[in-house]
Design a protein around this ligand. Structure first.
Ligand SMILES: [Zn+2]
Ligand SMILES: [Zn+2]
Length: 253
């Protein structure tokens, strides 16, 4: 099983030890690369890279085949007395127990670090979520205010449209009244009674004024030699002094 394997005790290495391992008397295990660098690159004052224990003796460091042959298993403890065999076995089991305990502590430390990081991340994200929620609430309030403003503007637009409709209706009524007054005024005849003390009466329409409307009723058109009226003359002609003489003038229809 993977969790029953040895791992290099150099915390910067942590290589899984599969074929062989360098075992120290201080109960640590190392890979070939770390053993070469720690134990064989120097000649004296050898120390364990994991616990700084001095390892001066020959059997303080041994290389162990992790997949021993059947022949080796048969011969390694052969000839030893049972108590020695049990002592060797007990020490080997103690080493294994220590390695497993050390690995368990290492995994616990990793787990604790992960939990601490997770807690820190949760606190950070909780703070960020609170900030985002506050921002979201603010944006919601702004959106509601804008929607209310749009609603007010729409209501105001509706009121303005109603006013436009009413003013259009009023304008149409005024135009109808104007047309009616124009029709009534066009049927009026000039006053035959003449009063020199009153200002000269002119025939004006009450509606939209045109050149025809602005022309005085007593304006005469000059006649040509055949007696027909010539083109329109803009200059008003002073009416005769007496009403009966005005019948001789031709008025423009
Ligand atoms: Zn290593
Ligand atoms: Zn050690």
């Amino acid at each position: 099983m993977a969790n029953m394997d040895l791992y290099c005790n150099n915390k910067r290495c942590r290589k899984r030890l599969i074929a062989s391992a360098w075992i120290t008397s201080c109960s640590h295990a190392f890979c070939d690369e770390d053993a070469d660098q720690a134990f064989f690159s120097i000649q004296e004052n050898i120390i364990c890279p994991a616990c700084n224990t001095h390892l001066p003796e020959k059997h303080d460091i041994v290389k162990v085949d992790l997949n021993p042959s059947e022949k080796f298993k048969s011969m390694v403890l052969a000839g030893l007395r049972p108590e020695i065999i049990m002592d060797v076995t007990n020490r080997a089991l103690t080493f294994w127990h220590y390695q497993m305990y050390q690995e368990l502590q290492y995994q616990k430390a990793l787990n604790k670090r992960s939990c601490d990081n997770l807690t820190q991340a949760e606190e950070t994200y909780t703070t960020e979520i609170m900030k985002l929620n506050a921002l979201l609430q603010k944006e919601k309030r702004n959106t509601e205010a804008l929607e209310k403003e749009v609603e007010n503007q729409a209501r105001h637009m509706g009121e303005l449209q109603d006013q436009v409709v009413q003013k259009n209706r009023h304008l149409q009524n005024l135009m109808a009244m104007n047309n009616k007054l124009r029709c009534n005024t066009s049927t009026l005849q000039p006053d035959d009674g003449y009063d020199a003390t009153k200002p000269k009466r002119r025939h004006y329409s009450l509606g939209l004024q045109t050149l025809r409307d602005l022309r005085p009723y007593d304006e005469v058109l000059p006649q040509n030699s055949s007696g027909q009226a010539q083109d329109f003359v803009f200059n008003p002609v002073t009416p005769p002094t007496r009403p009966d003489e005005r019948r001789h003038f031709v008025t423009k229809k």
